[in-house]
Design a protein around this ligand. Structure first.
Ligand code: IPE
Ligand code: IPE
Ligand code: MG
Length: 256
C-alpha cells in the first residue's frame, strides 16, 4: 500500500516487512584482489545466498535484490555476457533450494531483452515456486524504477482507451496494482552496499517512505552481521510518516 495510512494504522517499528538491497561493489572487491570484475560477481553469489537465507529465517515478507539495472547494458559486452551466464547458472543451481525453503521467486524487470534461454529458465523457476508461502524473493534484472512506472502507466492508459476507466478514477492503489511488486508491501528498508549514496533508478514509487541505509561494505563481504546491523539500525529509527514524534510515541504507548 502506498497510501498514507490513518494514524491508528501506522505500523509498529519492528522488523521491516519489505527489504530492498542494491548489491554494489563486486567490481571493486575483485579489483582490490587484483582479479577481473567478474570474479567479484561470482563471489557475490554467496552473499546473495546468505542474505536470502537470513531474510527467510527472520520472517521478512519480501526481499528485493537489484541484480542488473536497465543502465548496466552500458558496461563492456564481456562483462554483460558474463553476468547473463552467471544468472542462468545460478537460477539453475539455486531454484530447487529456494523451493525447498518455501521461497517464492519472482524476476522483476523487462525480460524481452534476455536470451530465449534465460527467459525460459526464469519462467520455469517462477512457475515452480509460484505457490510457496514463505519469503517473496524479487530479483530485479534489467530493472529500472522509471520503466516500472512507465509500464504501469501504459497498462492503465489502455484501460482508459478501452473505456474501462476514466482518468478521474485513477488512484494510487491502481498504480500500485500495476507495478511489478503488486500485492507486496512498500519497501520499509533500502540497503545499499559499496559506499555510494544513491538510488540508481531502483524501486522509485515503492521506496517513497523507505528508511535508507548505506554501508561501505562491498557486496561480497555483506554477511549476516552486516545485514543484522542494517536491521538493527532500522528498528532504532523513528518513522514518522508525516506525523509528529509525539503522535508516534503516543501511538506506541497505546499498543504496549
Ligand atoms: C554491483 O557491483 C553488481 C552489478 C551492477 C551487476 P558493481 O559491478 O557495480 O561493482 P563496482 O561498483 O564496480 O565495485
Ligand atoms: C546499481 O549498481 C545496480 C545494481 C546493483 C545492479 P551500479 O554500480 O550499476 O550503479 P551506479 O552506476 O554506480 O549508479
Ligand atoms: Mg557499482
Amino acid at each position: 500500500m502506498s497510501l498514507a495510512p490513518p494514524l491508528a494504522e501506522l505500523p509498529n517499528q519492528g522488523l521491516p516487512r519489505h527489504v530492498a538491497i542494491i548489491m554494489d561493489g563486486n567490481g571493486r572487491w575483485a579489483q582490490q584482489r587484483g582479479k577481473m570484475r567478474v570474479f567479484g560477481h561470482k563471489a557475490g553469489v554467496q552473499a546473495v545466498r546468505d542474505a536470502v537465507s537470513f531474510a527467510s529465517r527472520l520472517g521478512i515478507e519480501a526481499l528485493t535484490l537489484f541484480a542488473f539495472s536497465s543502465e548496466n547494458w552500458r558496461r563492456p559486452e564481456s562483462e554483460v555476457s558474463a553476468l547473463m551466464e552467471l544468472f542462468i547458472h545460478v537460477l539453475g543451481s539455486e531454484v530447487k533450494k529456494l523451493h525447498k525453503s518455501n521461497i517464492r521467486l519472482r524476476v522483476i524487470g523487462e525480460r524481452s531483452r534476455f536470451s530465449e534461454r534465460l527467459q525460459k529458465k526464469v519462467a520455469d523457476a517462477e512457475a515452480m515456486t509460484a505457490d510457496n508461502t514463505g519469503l517473496v524473493l524479487n530479483v530485479a534484472a534489467n530493472y529500472g524504477g522509471r520503466w516500472d512506472l512507465l509500464q504501469a502507466m501504459q497498462r492503465l492508459a489502455k484501460d482508459v482507451q478501452q473505456g474501462l476507466l476514466v482518468p478521474e478514477q485513477l488512484d494510487e492503489e491502481m498504480i500500485c496494482g500495476q507495478l511489478t511488486t503488486a500485492g507486496q508491501p512498500d519497501v520499509d528498508l533500502l540497503i545499499r552496499t559499496g559506499g555510494d549514496h544513491r538510488i540508481s533508478n531502483f524501486l522509485l514509487w515503492q521506496m517513497a517512505y523507505a528508511e535508507l541505509y548505506f554501508t561501505s561494505v562491498l557486496w561480497p563481504d555483506f554477511d549476516e552481521v552486516a545485514f543484522s546491523d542494517a536491521i538493527a539500525s532500522f528498528a532504532s529509527r523513528e518513522r514518522r510518516f508525516g506525523c509528529t514524534g509525539e503522535q508516534i510515541r503516543a501511538l506506541l504507548a497505546q499498543s504496549d
